[in-house]
Design a protein around this ligand. Structure first.
Ligand SMILES: CC(=O)N[C@H]1[C@@H](OP(=O)(O)OP(=O)(O)OC[C@H]2O[C@@H](n3ccc(=O)[nH]c3=O)[C@H](O)[C@@H]2O)O[C@H](CO)[C@@H](O)[C@@H]1O
Ligand SMILES: C=C(OP(=O)(O)O)C(=O)O
Length: 416
């Protein structure tokens, strides 16, 4: 079983570039199915979730080739309309293939998706959205069989679900007629998906606002696109510097997407200075507690950055309160942080973190992607050696995390 061995206590210095966004490249790869031709997608991070998406594309009959960080998908001839259960269970994003396969083939067979264990993650809104576009859905246990020629419709989401918005966008791009998605998710990754669809010839507007309008454009062609930077990876690097101390320039990311995270770090005492496409963070002293951090849909504080920020604030002088509003069970990192000496109490959706003067290294286990990243952040600021297992979770969303951190002076190695 591989593990990260981290010898904490080194200050982090230098500059680190943020790789492409997992939550952007995954729906974009699914969207490539809609193009009757070749799509060229740049800045694709090398993540296990991306590898799983490529397997799904190849299973469907696409040619999908990676060269460096560019992936070329030729979706000229699709031969199947199902996704095997084992690939569906590998990641949450597999469900985004539903709208794309149905849109292209008029039929899709898959089962409910896997992904991080963050409490219940229903797909009722995804299914309701494609039903609104005229799809018939047969549900047998976890198996779904969807059929129907899609027509435009008015989709109203009761929650601005990121995945349901993406599924609806993909299905609607292939539908006949006009679709509006009301209460759409406003995450930057939705705008990135819209940009790729535009490059494929789709007629779509409004991404980034609560109402997205898609005029079904018939057949789409392949498109070329560069995936946006991963704002959660950027947030993780920033919290790592806050935890360990140091002076680092995080480059290649749009600071505007990270304002809630940088505001909390500034409040804790870090000096944060943002340029157009980079964020510089300097941290020298013990961190202070911050005002309540409440996770919310974008532009609120991202739930995916909750665990890394909490890890940084464990060591310091003040008390910080977190309120996790998106997922029911997203505090599984807390018990592991406590093994490192953190003082955290959880009651329902609230976690109260009382800063302690020091954390100590410990053997800890990642229980999910960002929870695992949080353990790395805490270990960098802890005294002594930590061993972090469960790296398959971390590898879903971070490419060569240890190399990036080592380049900043951290002592971290991956055991075989
Ligand atoms: C691959 C990807 O982009 N993953 C992101 C996406 O996940 P994902 O798309 O799964 O998250 P959603 O925005 O859909 O989930 C938000 C909330 O809506 C609920 N819900 C969602 C769909 C549904 O049909 N019914 C329902 O009740 C969920 O249980 C959750 O409580 O957005 C999350 C919230 O920003 C992020 O943490 C994930 O990193
Ligand atoms: C929860 C996450 O991902 P997913 O939706 O792919 O499980 C995440 O990126 O933090």
């Amino acid at each position: 079983m591989s593990a990260f061995l981290v010898e904490g206590g080194n200050r982090l210095t230098g500059s680190v570039r943020v790789h492409g966004a997992k939550n952007s490249v995954l729906p974009i790869l699914a969207a490539a199915i809609l193009g009757e031709g070749e799509s060229v997608i740049h800045n694709c991070p090398d993540l296990s979730d991306v590898a799983a998406s490529l397997e799904i594309l190849r299973h469907l009959g696409c040619k999908a080739v990676r060269e460096g960080d560019t992936i070329t998908v030729d979706a000229s001839h699709l031969t199947r309309c199902d996704v095997p259960d084992e690939l569906m269970r590998e990641m949450r994003s597999s469900v985004i293939f539903l709208g794309a396969i149905l849109g292209r083939m008029g039929e899709a067979t898959l089962c409910t998706p896997g992904g991080c264990e963050l409490g219940p993650r229903p797909i009722d809104l995804h299914l309701a959205a494609i039903r609104t576009l005229g799809a018939g859905i047969e549900e047998r246990g976890s198996a779904l069989h969807c059929t129907g020629a899609l027509t435009g419709g008015d989709i109203v989401l009761s929650i601005p679900s990121v995945g349901a918005t993406e599924n609806a966008m993909l299905a609607a791009a292939a539908a006949d007629g006009t679709t509006t998605i009301t209460n759409a998710a406003r995450e930057p990754e939705i705008v990135d998906l819209q940009n790729f669809l535009l490059a494929m010839g789709a007629k779509i507007r409004g991404a980034g606002s609560s109402v997205i309008t898609i005029e079904g454009a018939g057949r789409l062609h392949g498109g070329e696109h560069t995936v946006m930077a991963d704002r959660i990876v950027a947030a993780t690097y920033l919290t790592a510097v806050a935890a360990a101390g140091g002076d680092v320039d995080v480059t290649g990311c749009d600071y505007a997407y990270l304002s809630t995270v940088t505001a909390a770090l500034a409040e804790s005492g870090c000096a944060v200075k943002s340029g157009r496409d980079h964020i510089r963070i300097r941290c020298d002293g013990p961190l202070k507690g911050v005002r309540p951090v409440r996770t919310a849909p974008y532009p609120g504080f991202p739930t995916d950055a909750q665990a890394p920020l909490m890890a940084a604030l464990c060591k310091g002088t003040g008390t910080s309160v977190f309120v996790e509003n998106i997922f029911e069970s997203r505090y599984r990192h807390v018990d592991e942080l406590s093994r490192m000496g953190a003082d955290i109490r959880v009651e329902g959706k609230v976690a109260v973190v009382c800063g302690v003067p020091r954390l100590h290294g410990a053997a800890v286990k990642s229980s999910d992607l960002r929870g695992g990243a949080a353990l790395v952040v805490a270990a960098l600021g802890a005294e002594g050696r930590s061993e972090i297992t469960g790296l398959h979770h971390i590898d879903r969303g971070y490419h060569d995390l240890e190399l990036a951190l080592r380049s900043l002076g951290a002592e971290i190695v991956r055991t075989a």
